[in-house]
Ligand binder design. Structure first.
Ligand SMILES: Nc1ncnc2c1ncn2[C@@H]1O[C@H](COP(=O)(O)OP(=O)(O)OP(=O)(O)O)[C@@H](O)[C@H]1O
Ligand SMILES: [Mg+2]
Ligand SMILES: [Zn+2]
Length: 561
């Protein structure tokens, strides 16, 4: 084939060829049909979506002697002269190179003359945002009192750089990113026309990497054509060089799912293909950033550089992760990127950082933990004691008849509650009901717990990490009549109260009964420690302990009033 680039060869010739911009072309065709033409138009939108093409088509359509349903015929004398650039009435200016006041002044002088042979004198000013301030002012003068025969068509990727005074005098049309499916369809048509074989997934990959810009897609296609006599997936992957969008999206998905194994496999794959770590991280960060934007604004227009379909995918993926966690992932990945640039072995650094990120607690689960702690705090407050004295008996701080209850009463209330919860539960799962229990002696139970303490804790941890942190501070005191008594050192005020929470107690009882295969009762008591000369524990001490347990950032100290 010739050397002409595909995207030039296949420039849309009529409005109906401009794909994915029907909202623009329909209106323009209508204006042609009704003769309702404005003096100035502005076509804006991202690169390669059809701005210049639409401007050129419009310049012919307004002058065409035989338009078809608003489209230029491209056959009449006028259309032909515009197409072969011999028509003096249609002037194309590139503001990037003619951006001075002089250029526009010259234009101003010329616009006064009537068109030579066409109905309209058309000025297409491409990349109009490049005009200097003086040139914009000069242009404004013309736009303020345009002669009837004059038509300005401005095009830009950066409408925000155009003065409001100009904008307000233009009819503005925004061209959108083009859907991947439309891009793929167009490429298929072109491949048929130039007679080249293709794999559909290769075209999809090209489209996914074109960010909704048709010209970008056609340029990649062009490179593939000159590279290979068939457009296949491998060639496209090789040519793109960067990590392709779908792979990045997949990686993001694995990261959200905290799927370490697949994340590592994918990273291994990407790096083995010779992709740059920093480029991969760049694209991964961009992907999470897009998710954040989609999630927080709900909008995909213009803010993010992906097609509608990709945005839909992103929406789905992002629904699995809370905003706080997204922010955290972006921060961690940005951090990883910096470190990778400095690291002697960037690959190891990347893998380590990813594993660390995937193993960390989500901020949402941290929040959940904080909520539970707060709940426990409130329970301590409401139960009327906040300190425990040396004898191990809780001390009622202040006598408040409604709120304060006797500890023994509190205990029985908890027990009652536990029993009702338990009754409710036993009627539920079939397995629970049918469970048969053994018949061990107290001594046997005691030994089994003492010997298997670590695995008991492990089991508790697997079901409820918070509960394990509480239970592990207790010691087995005695077993009598299948009642297992655990004791806490008086300094573990928080822990004993938490352990006695009906929900916690019941859960521990169930786990322990399961392990021992014995239906047993549980009791948590404070260790009697008469000789202790340790000072009384304050809430601050308890919080210090908590901070050590859960980490500074999770535990928030709230001063009691
Ligand atoms: N909407 C579209 N439908 C069909 N082809 C398109 C479309 N947009 C762009 N193309 C293809 O891309 C080429 C370049 O398009 P055009 O110059 O109109 O884009 P543009 O929006 O002006 O880009 P830029 O912002 O870079 O100036 C066209 O020749 C055509 O091959
Ligand atoms: Mg253009
Ligand atoms: Zn014509």
């Amino acid at each position: 084939m010739s050397h002409q680039a595909i995207y030039r060869k296949f420039r849309p010739k009529i409005f109906d060829d401009v794909l994915g911009q029907e909202h623009v072309t329909r209106t323009l065709k209508n204006q042609i049909l009704t003769g309702n033409i404005a003096h100035a138009y502005l076509f804006s939108g991202i690169r390669g979506t059809g701005k210049t093409s639409t401007a050129k088509i419009f310049s012919r359509a307004v002058n065409c002697l035989d338009n078809h349903d608003g489209n230029p015929c491209n056959e009449c004398e006028i259309c032909k002269s515009i197409l072969d650039e011999t028509n003096m009435d249609v002037i194309e200016m590139d503001a990037a190179s003619n951006n001075g006041v002089e250029d526009i002044r010259e234009l101003r002088d010329k616009v006064q003359f009537l068109p030579v042979k066409s109905k309209y004198k058309v000025y297409i000013i491409d990349e109009v945002h490049m005009l200097s301030k003086g040139a914009f002012n000069a242009l404004l003068k013309t736009l303020e009192e345009p002669p009837d025969h004059l038509l300005f068509i401005l095009a830009t990727t950066e409408p925000q750089k155009i003065p409001a005074t100009i904008l307000s005098r233009c009819q503005r049309f925004d061209l959108k990113r083009i859907k991947s499916s439309v891009i793929v369809e167009n490429m298929e048509k072109i491949c048929h026309e130039i007679g080249i074989e293709y794999e559909e997934k290769a075209l999809k990959l090209i489209a996914a990497n074109s960010e909704g810009a048709m010209r970008d897609a056609l340029s990649i296609l062009d490179r593939c054509v000159s590279f290979n006599d068939k457009i296949d997936y491998e060639t496209v992957m090789d040519l793109l060089g960067t990590v392709n969008y779908q792979v990045v999206a997949k990686a993001a998905d694995y990261i959200i799912d905290k799927d370490i194994k697949n994340t590592m496999l994918l990273v291994d794959n990407i790096l083995n293909m010779g992709k740059e770590i920093t480029i991969f991280l760049d694209e991964l960060i961009m992907c999470f950033r897009n998710m954040l934007i989609v999630k927080t604004t709900g909008s995909t227009d213009n803010i993010i550089r992906i097609s509608e379909e990709e945005a839909e995918e992103l929406k789905k993926t992002s629904s699995k992760i809370p905003v706080d966690d997204l922010v955290n992932v972006i921060e961690e990945l940005s951090d990883a990127q910096l470190e990778c640039k400095r690291a002697l072995n960037p690959r190891v650094m990347l893998e380590t950082k990813l594993i660390k990120l995937l193993r960390s607690e989500n901020s949402s689960s941290i929040k959940e933990l904080s909520r539970k702690i707060e709940e426990l705090e409130n329970n301590i407050k409401n139960s009327g004691f906040s300190k425990i004295n040396n004898s191990g008996k809780p001390v009622v701080k202040k006598y408040e008849p409604e709120k304060t209850i006797d500890v023994a009463q509190h205990e029985t209330k908890m027990q009652e509650h536990a029993v009702t919860v338990e009754n409710r539960q036993t009627s539920e799962p079939e397995t629970e009901k049918n469970r048969t229990y053994g018949n061990k002696s107290d001594e046997e139970i005691k030994n089994e717990i003492a010997n298997g303490w670590q695995s008991i804790l492990k089991k508790v941890r697997s079901e409820n990490a918070g509960l394990q942190a509480i239970i592990r501070e207790s010691k087995l005191k005695e077993v009598s009549n299948k009642k297992i008594v655990f004791e806490f050192d008086p300094k573990f005020t928080f822990h004993i109260n938490a352990a006695n929470q009906p929900k916690n107690k019941l859960q521990f009882k169930k786990i322990l009964s399961g392990i021992l295969n014995e239906d047993c009762e549980i009791e948590f008591v404070v260790k009697k420690n008469k000789k202790s000369d340790k000072p009384e524990q304050t809430m601050e001490d308890v919080y210090e302990g908590l901070k050590k347990e859960f980490g500074e950032e999770i535990v928030e100290f709230k001063q009691e009033d």
